[in-house]
Design a protein around this ligand. Structure first.
Ligand SMILES: *Cc1c(COP(=O)(O)O)cnc(C)c1O
Length: 360
């Protein structure tokens, strides 16, 4: 049994090289005589793993010194709560709702204060990104929140919203490290790593240091304060040690590939192959406004639910896995993250062409 082309939205495909290296080091990590899974997180060997991972991430994203990098747990969902608990000093926050994940974060923030939806694309099933150049941002807003790449719907913010000087918080789970970004535009950028970076269980938070304070909402648990983890360099309690080790290997792989500028080119090239086909196909159609298309998640439909199901079944038999769209939208979705090789996208398009001919 060989490896399939895995188009899962997450947990998702990882670079084969990284998996092979991890396999080689499984029983004996660099002469320690043990697996990274069996190692104390306070050991010299592990200290080097987490410090190297952080430095490589800093290099890749050009993270300035006035930003902290935290390796945490609880997934993106935990950030839906941690963000308001740590940032809502005035108890006001503005949310831009462009999909289920942004909506969930917005709902969670309402537990803690006056979270307001200042823009939404729900009127057209989240198939576009609203104009965010002049939004009614509250003078007292502690932050403006976005989900930058909408994993389920396949849209992406191509320009960041005008926050009128307010702190920008962004969930980048499904576009993390897919292209270069200017970190200084963000107060917090965070992402669960199981989409584009590593195995489930790690969430990376990049946060401007002045936003890390003792002044959190009352009853904020110690574990949910950014300060706790910043002070302890992500080693306050036992971190998701093996997951961070794999993330570190992915960072090395990205550096070896040439960094995020090169990844952006590769991702654009891959996405173009699929979108060009969708635009020319008589059977398959993309579901998103062209200007807002994601490079990472590509949803499409035939317009006939039975034919969609037939396609997904035949694709699976041909070695194309996890093409079923999210349960809330149906149809198909191809997630083509960093680790999806171009050959995988080319092969998928060939398969789609053949299916189109056979089902004309
Ligand atoms: C997958 C996903 C989430 C949820 O992540 P969990 O780690 O399961 O909490 C949140 N936001 C985005 C953009 C996602 O893609």
């Amino acid at each position: 049994m060989g490896r399939v082309y895995n188009f899962s939205a997450g947990p998702a495909v990882l670079p084969e090289e990284v998996l092979k290296e991890a396999a080689e080091e499984m029983l004996d990590y660099k002469g320690t005589g043990m697996s990274v899974m069996e190692m104390s997180h306070r050991s010299k060997a592990y200290e080097e793993i987490i410090q190297t991972a952080e430095q490589d991430l800093r290099d890749l994203l050009n993270i300035p010194d006035d930003y902290e990098v935290l390796f945490l747990q609880g997934g993106a969902h935990q950030q839906f709560a941690m963000v308001p608990m740590n940032l809502m000093k005035n108890k006001v926050a503005d949310y831009i709702v462009t999909g289920q994940w942004a909506k969930k974060a917005f709902k969670e923030a309402q537990i803690f204060g006056n979270a307001k939806c200042i823009a939404s694309s729900e009127d057209k099933t989240f198939s576009y990104i609203p104009d965010c150049s002049d939004l009614p941002i509250d003078d007292d807003a502690d932050y403006v929140y976005i989900c930058e790449n909408n994993t389920i719907y396949g849209t992406k913010f191509k320009t960041l919203p005008n926050t009128k000087g307010k702190v920008l918080v962004s969930d980048v789970s499904s576009c993390f490290l897919s292209e270069p970004v200017d970190i200084t535009k963000y107060g917090i950028m965070y992402g669960g790593v199981q989409k584009n970076v590593g195995p489930a269980g790690v969430v990376i938070v990049i946060i401007r240091k002045d936003l890390i304070t003792e002044d959190t909402l009352p009853y904020t648990p110690t574990m949910l304060k950014y300060k706790t983890h910043a002070d302890a360099h992500s080693l306050y309690n036992t971190p998701p040690a093996y997951g961070i080790y794999i993330c570190g290997k992915v960072f090395k792989w990205l550096k070896k590939m040439g960094g995020l500028e090169v990844m952006k080119q590769k991702n654009e090239e891959k996405a173009k192959i699929l979108y060009d086909f969708l635009d020319s196909s008589k059977l398959f159609k993309g579901t998103v406004v062209k200007e807002d298309r994601s490079l990472m998640n590509v949803p499409f439909v035939t317009g006939d639910a039975d034919l969609d199901a037939k396609f997904i079944k035949e694709a699976k038999a041909a070695g194309f896995e996890n093409l079923k769209g999210h349960r809330s939208v149906g149809g198909m979705r191809a997630s083509i993250y960093n680790a999806m090789p171009k050959e995988g996208v080319v092969a998928l398009v060939e398969f789609m062409k053949k299916f189109e001919e056979e089902n004309a």
